[in-house]
Ligand binder design. Structure first.
Ligand SMILES: NC(=O)c1ccc[n+]([C@@H]2O[C@H](COP(=O)([O-])OP(=O)(O)OC[C@H]3O[C@@H](n4cnc5c(N)ncnc54)[C@H](O)[C@@H]3O)[C@@H](O)[C@H]2O)c1
Length: 418
């Protein structure tokens, strides 16, 4: 069977340095890796991962390998693979099928190559691996013990599969751990989305009108960081409570149809489809910049943008100019794919430390459990708490402990107004 397929194996030395840099900032995962090397909880198991192949994912892959797993990886987005990192992983004997700039056919071929290794545990980011197993490779389903899912969109898809009875094995929704979404989705996406926009455009955010599509965990982070850099932030939402929260956080809230006319920069992170479409593009100012940080490249209607345009050209990496029939120019970043991974490096290692600690501990949990019923599960509380404790310890932060008196007070009802 093919061992690996990457863009350029000679990039491995640079990839090793990147992985070393990431590992220095991932103390929780390192502790797990050290324990895994001794205990080998994943011994003999093939783990198939469809994850963004970044330096942080490499640290996760190394931790899983240290635990005895045979790790096989492909990318979870055609533009997010870091080719030097993929080369280093291939060099250390981890099976990796990923390169930056894949077309859709190549993307799914790489998923197939992972499945050729017949993984018994899957680690997915967006549920394309699970989706392929359940559609094209059904005969393999009986051998799968369970899986994990990294992101909101993947969890939504898997819950839909559970609801209509098509999910055939247990999935742990890593995304829904507190130590994942409160930090990764909010601070990780917040910082790295701004990083992606700046690397692609080097535009000044201070004084710009910055429109954020959604006010969920990711979009809250993006809005917070854009505001911190002096942008005038507008939020668009469909949920009343979230819109209210944005308004009370001092942000302007309005429908995208109104925001379209006033925004300088637009970023979507909703997990929804066609959030920015023809009627909005028709109202946008000349020079407006449009980007997406949601999982799939469906949040901005690329068909509409193409249909409205008479010409397009690439000005800089990840920056395409579309000239509309009336002469206005709109600027699309990273082909509408997640701008933080395609135009920057994804989340900082410190954040992925917690997300991937959850991944590693959930893989161990699945390996040690009897086969679980085919449902979407939340991350066990002890794993979530353990990740938070290890992270605090690594940060040198200590916290208080409840006294016996406080424990009693908090668990009884007799004592009221005194
Ligand atoms: N870029 C990254 O690295 C990264 C990291 C984590 C998650 N994600 C992805 O980002 C997306 C959002 O994730 P999240 O955790 O913030 O989800 P979330 O559910 O917390 O938030 C999404 C928000 O978008 C709103 N929304 C839905 N449709 C909308 C519309 N048409 N207009 C305006 N608002 C709308 C929802 O009401 C919700 O408040 C998902 O696709 C997720 O997979 C990306």
């Amino acid at each position: 069977m093919e061992q690996s397929q990457v863009k350029d194996k000679s990039l491995a030395p640079q990839g090793y340095l990147q992985i070393e840099w990431a590992a220095k900032h991932m103390p929780v995962l390192n502790q797990i890796k050290n324990r895994f090397s001794k205990e080998k909880p994943l011994k003999g198991l093939t783990l198939g991962g469809c994850l963004h192949v970044t330096k942080e994912t490499a640290v996760l892959a190394e931790a899983l390998s240290a635990g005895g797993a045979n790790v096989v990886l492909c990318g979870s987005n055609p533009l997010s693979t870091q080719d030097d990192v993929a080369a280093a992983l291939a060099d250390e004997g981890i099976h990796v099928f990923a390169w930056r700039g894949q077309n859709t056919q190549e993307y799914y071929q790489c998923i197939d190559k992972v499945l050729d290794y017949k993984p018994v545990i899957t680690l997915d980011d967006g549920a394309d691996l699970v989706g392929t197993l359940h559609s094209k490779r059904k005969e393999q389903l009986k051998n799968v013990k369970g899986g994990t899912e990294e992101t909101t969109t993947g969890v939504l898809r898997l819950r839909a599969m559970e609801k209509d009875g098509s999910l055939k094995y247990a999935i742990i929704a890593v995304n829904d751990a507190y130590t994942k979404y409160l930090f990764d989705n909010r601070y990780g996406t917040g910082q790295s989305t701004i990083d992606g926009i700046l690397r692609a455009t080097n535009t000044l955010l201070a004084g710009k009108t910055f429109v954020v599509g959604g006010y969920g965990w990711c979009s809250r982070g993006i809005a917070m960081r854009a505001q911190g850099l002096g942008a005038n932030v507008i939020v668009t939402e469909v949920k009343p409570v979230r819109a209210l929260e944005a308004a009370m956080n001092g942000l302007r809230v309005m429908p995208i149809a109104e925001a379209a006319a006033v925004g300088d920069i637009f970023v979507t992170a909703t997990g929804d489809i066609n959030v920015i479409r023809k009627e909005h593009m028709q109202k946008m100012k000349d020079g407006a910049i449009i980007a997406n940080s949601g999982h799939f490249n469906v949040e901005i209607s690329l068909e509409d943008l193409e249909a409205l345009s008479t010409a397009k050209r690439t000005l800089r990496p990840n920056l395409e100019e579309f000239t509309l029939k009336d002469g206005r120019r709109l600027y699309l970043l990273a082909e509408g794919r997640l701008v933080n991974l395609a135009a920057a490096e994804g989340h900082p290692s410190e954040v992925m430390d917690m997300s991937f600690a959850n991944q590693a501990l959930c893989a161990e949990h699945l390996a040690k459990s009897d086969k679980m019923a085919p449902k979407v599960y939340t991350v066990p509380c002890d794993i979530d708490d353990n990740v938070a404790e290890l992270k605090l310890k690594a940060m040198g932060t200590t916290i208080d402990k409840l006294t016996p008196e406080q424990q009693k007070y908090l668990s009884t009802w007799e004592m009221g107004t005194t």
